[in-house]
Design a protein around this ligand. Structure first.
Ligand code: ASP
Length: 436
């Protein structure tokens, strides 16, 4: 039953209220009781632990989620029946267009520097607190490898140690290899293994759903704790972050997609947007690529005239693996928080951010807030305090609506481009091309 049908307040409103309540209370306390002992106690013993609990719940889900999603993604592409021209074209589309999206995000964050500008004393205060709470994480950032070592570290010596150490990129590499293996070896055992991955993935989605319900309280706690410590400056910083994300998403949506439609898809963008409207509206209002899948399938087939087998393949796979908006958002968020906390990311590290975000776009679940666990993990990888995610959460619903719209539109543009020149299939043969 929907929230409206049960008469409950929708989650995004609760989040907005949590955001407003935490911020106003925090700013008021900062203004009037900045040095009071009780305020410090409230932050240390109530607000911080509540925020930490939420973050831990998100972290808990990262490894099983990323592993199962990537194995399933590869198996879906690699199914011998569907791999081939359409599979390869789709894979190329996902990798190229997602990389372009992340690049736009990284360039925007580097040019506009939304996280820079916090007075030095306040930043030092934030860093000190974050180091206290996550000494190991900060240590990891200081010892971050560089150059060739960074590349070598993509391949884990020990996948269990990589998972235990939160080394996300190594875990992703292992999952990709495992997915390829599961595709090549078509035995009884691998079939069961893929089914288990499906089970793990489904369970993770349900758990994320439960955890996200705690978000309004976590948002209030995290925002209270940050604004009570830092006051008004943080709010200005946040507005700059939102502006940067919306600008970069806008460039991808209004410039990159039309260009691709014109040049590669040979379709008028206006015609495309008119036809895609139901999917655009559904994705904007649900913030979920998965929930929008039935609508995008209908749009691709009936309104855009994409060959059925292509529409099914690209949209189904795209709902979990092709997330342009999410990858772009991940890139900006990582740079924003790095700037905010004064963590310097050199060019080599930014290239790693790019790779992680492209993979993160493939690994994130197509549900509201599905990218948050991935972002938390990427932050930790670079020694950026993951507590910073509390800042993002408060404005996440609006940004989630916009990035999901870009995600779903990307699937539809992809289906037009991949479908160009493919024959229209009718009848049962088209089912052969659907992912397993
Ligand atoms: N809500 C997004 C989607 O479903 C995922 C995310 O970025 O959180 O596409």
């Amino acid at each position: 039953m929907t929230e409206a049908a049960t008469g409950k307040m929708p989650l995004h409103w609760k989040m907005a209220i949590g955001f407003a309540a935490g911020t106003i209370a925090g700013l008021a306390c900062n203004l009037w009781f900045a040095n009071a002992d009780w305020l410090q106690a409230l932050i240390t013993y109530v607000a911080d632990p509540v925020g930490q609990l939420f973050l831990r719940l998100l972290f808990m889900l990262v490894i099983p989620l990323v592993f199962s999603a990537l194995v399933l993604g590869v198996v879906e592409i690699g199914n011998p029946k569907s791999l081939g021209r359409i599979g390869l074209k789709t894979l190329a589309w996902i990798l190229v267009v997602t990389t372009v999206a992340v690049l736009i995000g990284l360039v925007a964050a580097n040019l506009l520097q939304p996280g820079v500008g916090l007075p030095e004393d306040q930043r030092a205060l934030l860093m000190a607190q974050a180091t206290e709470q996550g000494g190991a994480i900060a240590e990891k950032g200081r010892n971050a490898p560089s150059g060739i070592e960074l590349l070598l570290n993509i391949v884990p010596k020990n996948p269990v140690a990589a998972a235990a150490g939160g080394d996300l990129i190594a875990v992703m590499f292992f999952a990709l290899m495992f997915g390829i293996g599961a595709t090549v070896v078509r035995s009884h055992g691998t079939h069961h293994f893929v089914e288990v991955c499906e089970g793990v993935y489904d369970i993770c989605l349900r758990l994320i759903d439960w955890v996200i319900r705690l978000a309004p309280y976590a948002v209030a706690a995290l925002l209270f704790s940050i604004t009570a410590r830092l006051g008004f400056d943080v709010m200005v910083q946040l507005a700059r972050f939102v502006g940067t994300v919306l600008l970069a998403l806008g460039i991808h949506f209004f410039v990159v997609f039309p260009l691709l439609l014109w040049t590669v898809g040979r379709m008028s963008p206006l015609k495309f947007w008119r036809a895609a409207e139901p999917a655009i509206l559904t994705s904007f209002s649900t913030s979920s690529s998965s929930a929008t899948l039935p609508t995008s399938l209908m749009v691709a087939e009936e309104r855009l005239g994409v060959p059925r087998q292509v529409g099914r393949f690209v949209c189904t796979l795209g709902a979990t693996a092709n997330m342009n908006g999410t990858a772009l958002f991940e890139g900006i968020t990582v740079l924003f928080l790095a700037q905010f906390y004064g963590v310097d990311l050199a060019l080599g590290q930014q290239v790693m951010v790019l790779v992680l975000c492209v993979m993160g776009g493939i690994g994130a679940a197509g549900v509201p807030g599905g990218s948050l666990p991935v972002i938390a993990m990427i932050l930790a990888t670079f020694g950026i305090p993951p507590e910073g995610i509390g800042l993002i959460l408060g404005v996440d619903r609006l940004l989630d609506m916009c990035r999901t719209t870009v995600n779903v539109t990307g699937d539809l543009v992809g289906s037009v481009v991949v479908g160009r020149g493919e024959p229209q299939h009718t009848g049962d043969d088209v089912d052969d091309l659907a992912p397993v």
